[in-house]
Design a protein around this ligand. Structure first.
Ligand code: DOR
Length: 446
């Protein structure tokens, strides 16, 4: 017997438009979008005028499995993501072992089967000596190849110039880069260490992981990509200065695309005083002027995607008084879409623009098959959002394995009412339904 889900009275936000109506999903896919749809056998959800949009596709998460599962794992974090409206995720290679061989990559897909609540893909990581693995990757095998062009958590720096040339020249699929120039950072660290020792106050983090460090590395990535016609996606931009490196306009016309993360759009330098290491991340949260420029760049389509860089660490690790030992990264997936929706409440983006950044954009950047849009025939990955239900972030409702959030005490102006993955209602008003049944993401790069 076929399984049907009918969502009625929705304000559907999709491809630049907001329309009132119903959506019917049958056997996992969107069967019909229209008005007054009749489906006698379907489970019915009355959206009562709430926003219905394609689920968020998060192109940058760290779920820590295998090897770092004291911080997080695929099951716990994808479940938290589901409660936040994220229906697909792309996960990073700085696990243990690192995902730097095709065998390790396929092992991760095996780990996710039956445990990931959302649909999934994993990046192959680049190193200074795995060019042969990179060349063997099939173009549609996974989301892309991650290159740490700046050292961050997990010791995966690729800094050999000849290797970078080879990677940019020979990558069989999209390259996603973390751009921060490590020599610049090391020199800054030494200056602050000379003054403060090991306990450098975290407010100096954006001056250590500086604008200059970001600029140097991002401009190098863009230069390499232009010379080799590489398909490049630059992750988590944080400074106004770097934005000049990128074109505005639709994704379809670009070989080089960009991403901004929710925490860089939400926090600024002034938040270090209150939140300390909890908002220490790489690249660093910078000045309010940078945040303002990132927001403008989203509206002018210079920034193409909003993601999370969800990067959980234990609270104990984060509270290490040594600047050098306290790890960078914050857990975000549970509230990321609501954080991004703050941009709509603030008038920075319209709802259709927001949906472009969190759903359509990542689907287009990565050529994800049949997801990221409300289209008949596509997989029914959906989020129902209440734009008017405030949520206060409290400790007791957190779903992360690490058990803390940098947002505790904050109020966000929207809430996730329900999440549907592959046509199945998996989350509704705080409750999870059924079992994890995410699918491996498919890609179509011709
Ligand atoms: O803040 C960060 N944390 N930035 C990264 O690049 C890595 C991440 C992590 O894995 O903890």
């Amino acid at each position: 017997m076929s399984k049907s889900l009918l969502i009625t009275n929705a304000r559907m936000v999709n491809e630049g438009r907001v329309t009132e109506g119903d959506l019917l999903a049958v056997d996992g896919r969107i069967a019909k979008i229209g008005s007054a749809i009749s489906a006698p056998d379907a489970t019915v959800i009355d959206a009562a005028g709430r926003v219905l949009m394609p689920g968020m596709i998060d192109d940058q998460v760290h779920f820590r499995e295998p090897g770092l599962t004291h911080k997080a794992d695929i099951a716990t974090e994808s479940r938290a993501a589901l409660a936040g409206g994220i229906t697909s995720f792309m996960e990073m290679p700085n696990t243990r072992p690192q995902t730097v061989t095709l065998a390790a990559l396929e092992d991760k897909f095996t780990l996710a089967r039956g445990r990931a609540w959302g649909n999934y893909a994993f990046y192959l990581g680049a190193t200074n000596d795995n060019i042969d693995e990179i060349r063997r990757l099939a173009p549609n095998q996974t989301c892309g190849i991650k290159v740490f062009m700046g050292a961050s958590t997990g010791n995966m720096l690729v800094d050999d110039p000849a290797t970078l040339e080879r990677i940019f020249r020979d990558a069989p699929t999209l390259l996603a880069t973390h751009c921060e120039d490590t020599p610049t950072i090391r020199a800054n660290e030494e200056r602050y260490r000379a003054q403060y020792g090991e306990e450098i106050p975290v407010r100096f983090h954006p001056l250590i992981r500086s604008e200059e460090a970001c600029w140097k590395s991002s401009s190098m990535a863009v230069d390499l990509a232009r010379r080799h016609a590489t398909r490049l996606h630059v992750l988590h931009l944080t400074t106004a200065r770097e934005l000049a490196l990128f074109d505005s306009g639709p994704i379809s016309g670009k070989r080089i695309t960009t991403e901004a993360c929710v925490h860089h759009l939400y926090f600024s330098e002034s938040d270090y005083e209150q939140r300390g290491n909890l908002i220490k991340c790489n690249p660093a949260i910078k000045r309010a002027e940078d945040r303002a420029a990132l927001r403008v760049a989203l509206a002018e389509d210079r920034l193409d995607v909003i993601a999370t860089d969800h990067a959980p660490h234990t609270l104990e690790e984060k509270q290490d008084p040594s600047y050098f030992k306290a790890p960078a990264g914050l857990p975000l997936v549970q509230h990321a879409l609501a954080m991004a929706l703050e941009l709509v409440h603030d008038g920075v983006l319209s709802l259709p623009q927001l949906v472009q950044k969190v759903s359509h954009g990542p689907a287009q950047v990565f050529n994800v098959c049949e997801r990221g849009f409300l289209r008949e025939g596509y997989w029914a990955d959906l989020v129902l959002v209440d734009m008017n239900r405030l949520q206060r972030i409290t400790h007791d409702q957190l779903l992360y394995k690490c058990g803390w959030s940098p947002l505790e005490g904050d109020v966000l102006r929207s809430s996730i009412s329900a999440t549907v993955v592959n046509g199945e209602l998996k989350y509704r008003d705080g409750n999870f339904l059924g079992a994890a049944a995410g699918m491996r993401l498919a890609f179509d790069r011709g």
